[in-house]
Design a protein around this ligand. Structure first.
Ligand code: G3H
Length: 539
């Protein structure tokens, strides 16, 4: 029986049978050179953010363990990747696009068979609701199919010879080389695969290290990776970044660094590379997306979107609304309704139908959020909602802070959790100035109805961030739209379409228009002697 708002954890027999994991997963394997090697060294134990109650005591549910590889294994993997890429001469980077698509389709077929296993592990490992975990899986499958379609279109556009002045040319996109992929713990499947899939399909070879949480969920896919791609094309390592990825970067042999996570880690790893000119970075980093609620906004709509924007998956989205500016004329009504709606949100275990607030996977996060709240309270804010900020182990009851001021930590720091800072403004220049001064530049949400005022805001704000959402929360999806940011929020643009570009480079074959050259080009094309110089059209 639930005693209070944060008494959310179940006893073992309260976990529904269809949501329980049948056994702990002691992963020993890592994927190198097309082989699942067994690891006999140290392992990292994995515990769920979900605690289990027994005799009135709470303990984290143990889920299993995974290998902690070291420098030696990282170099073994690097060697496999180097062999597969063979400085651009390997079978994978020189293969026709059509063939690479066939490999990817085979992988997707095997991946789909693992849906249930992956989704359940995703839910248990990071506390994402079952429904959202399922959505993340389906979104990833859709992403792969959309990528294949986009690549077919790209390839079709390149399947021709162009002529300018007296030069014939065929221009295509070629791979960049050895790509290290690391995704974030909040979308350990979708965001990682949104890097890995385009990297692979463009002919790069990949070394993939899963996020700090959400590692075991990759295990059910290991066989699909092993069986569906040629040796060394995809390699999967585990362990501490300093002993693995940092060593790879120090080797200078990494060509692309694809990473979604904190700028602190990204900067350390980037700097470790001795030849920065040879490194392309594709980064998704911090954000502090503001909502700006104008005096004529539809308050109900604004509150609904701000609740979704600030608290979906406990606010652990890079695109989450992390600070809310409300015009002073409507601040009281907005706050009242926000708190009312928050109190209706379902808090609990990730398998519960309709649950929105669930336990947090980062063990130090509750304490960090507590410090942010205490700092704000000390400097004059209040917690607007009853029970706001109450903590029970990994579960944090959302706290709505008001009025937040620039002296508070939560004004600038990315909380990445269920703390909602709200402040009121008199003049629109205040939130605009906040954005200008901010180190981040991902997205903004504006709520209002006056088209003249909205238009006046759109024009300067599209140059502060990369997506201005009107009467809508901030979000990455749909994945065919560009996902990027200015300032310290990102490097490079991701979308189904853009990712194919960031993981490749335009490269061409050119020849002067003389009879002998024309004959050569024709013979190569008609004789289907080259995969690159070819007018074959993928149907
Ligand atoms: O954490 C960042 C995710 O890509 C957010 O995706 O905004 O579509 O939920 P979303």
């Amino acid at each position: 029986m639930q005693q209070n708002k944060t008494d959310v954890f179940p006893t073992e027999d309260q976990v529904p049978a269809n949501m329980a994991l049948t056994a702990q997963l002691e992963q020993k394997e890592y994927l190198v050179n097309g082989e699942l090697k067994t690891w006999g060294g140290p392992v990292q134990e994995v515990f769920s953010p979900v605690y289990i109650k027994e005799n009135n005591k709470l303990s984290r549910k143990r889920l299993g363990s995974f290998p902690i590889l070291g420098e030696k294994e990282s170099f073994e993997v690097l060697e496999a990747a180097q062999k597969a890429y063979d400085l651009g001469r390997g079978a994978w980077p020189t293969m026709p696009v059509k063939k690479r698509i066939e490999y990817m389709l085979q992988f997707t077929k095997m991946m789909k068979e693992q849906k249930n296993n992956v989704v359940k592990l995703l839910m248990w490992e990071i506390g994402k609701s079952y429904k959202d975990s399922e959505k993340e899986f389906d979104r990833t499958i859709e992403y792969i199919f959309d990528t294949i379609d986009a690549l077919k279109n790209l390839d079709r556009d390149c399947s021709r010879i162009e002529k300018k002045n007296d030069i014939y040319a065929q221009i295509r996109r070629g791979p960049l080389g050895i790509t290290v992929c690391m995704g974030p713990y909040n979308y350990p499947l979708n965001e990682t695969f949104a890097l890995l899939i385009p990297a692979l399909i463009m002919g790069n070879v990949v070394i993939f290290k899963p996020a700090k949480h959400g590692v075991l969920l990759i295990h059910p896919l290991l066989n699909a990776f092993k069986d569906c791609f040629p040796k060394g094309v995809i390699n999967i390592i585990y362990g501490h970044g300093k002993d693995t990825v940092a060593k790879l970067m120090e080797s200078g042999k990494v060509d692309v660094f694809a990473f979604i996570g904190s700028s602190k880690i990204a900067n350390v790893l980037k700097k470790a590379h001795p030849r920065p000119n040879r490194l392309r970075s594709v980064l998704g980093l911090e954000a502090k997306n503001p909502a700006i609620v104008l005096p004529d906004a539809d308050i109900e709509l604004a509150v609904n979107e701000c609740i979704l924007g600030s608290l979906s998956f406990n606010g652990q989205r890079c695109t989450a609304l992390k600070i809310i500016f409300v015009h002073e004329q409507i601040a009281e009504d907005f706050n009242k309704l926000y708190v009312q709606k928050l109190e209706q949100l379902k808090m609990g275990m990730p398998w519960e139908e309709g649950v929105m607030i669930t336990p947090l996977p980062e063990t130090d996060k509750p304490q960090y959020l507590k410090e942010l709240i205490e700092d704000a309270l000390k400097k004059g804010a209040g917690v607007l909602n009853k029970n706001g900020g109450e903590i029970n182990e990994s579960f944090v009851y959302p706290a709505v802070l008001y009025p937040v001021t620039s002296s508070m930590r939560v004004y600038n720091e990315e909380q990445f959790g269920p703390v909602v800072p709200i402040l009121s403004f008199k003049n629109i220049s205040e939130p605009v100035q906040y954005m200008v001064d901010s180190n981040f530049g991902q997205q903004v949400s504006i709520f209002g109805n006056n088209t003249r005022q909205l238009a006046e805001l759109i024009d300067p704000l599209v140059n502060q961030v990369c997506r201005v959402n009107i009467n809508s929360q901030c979000q990455r999806s749909p994945d065919v739209f560009p996902f990027n940011g200015r300032k310290d929020s990102a490097e490079g643009t991701l979308s189904v379409f853009d990712a194919l570009r960031v993981f490749s480079i335009r490269t061409m074959v050119a020849s002067k228009d003389i009879e002998a050259n024309k004959k050569i080009l024709t013979e190569i094309i008609e004789g289907r002697k080259s995969n690159f110089l070819s007018t074959d059209y993928i149907l």
